[in-house]
Design a protein. Structure first.
Length: 99
């Protein structure tokens, strides 16, 4: 498959990952999800970071829940750490943090 992976195949891979988090549909992000999504508001292309302002890794559970809610989507695959979820804000994500 090489370094490049389509967003579609990455989404499929994430959906088929064991230990996937079942997230009930919600209309608003939790405080942790909102903090995560707000970090992408000032980044080029809405790129969401892997670490917070204190250098702590963003929980995969938070990222996956935001993806499932449609607030972010996979952006690219990190060839150095393939398990890391590099995402970007969606239009719905921008709206979710502006409310």
């Amino acid at each position: 498959m090489g370094i490049k992976m389509s967003v579609h195949s990455l989404k499929e891979k994430l959906d088929n990952t064991s230990g996937a988090v079942a997230v009930p549909p919600v209309s608003r992000p939790t405080s942790a999800q909102k903090r995560y999504l707000q970090l992408g508001g000032t980044q080029p292309g809405g790129k969401l970071p892997l670490f917070d302002d204190n250098g702590q890794r963003i929980a995969a559970r938070t990222i996956k829940a935001c993806m499932k809610a449609g607030w972010c989507e996979p952006w690219l695959r990190n060839p150095i750490e393939p398990k890391w979820l590099v995402c970007k804000l969606t239009k719905n994500g921008k709206q979710a943090v502006s409310n």
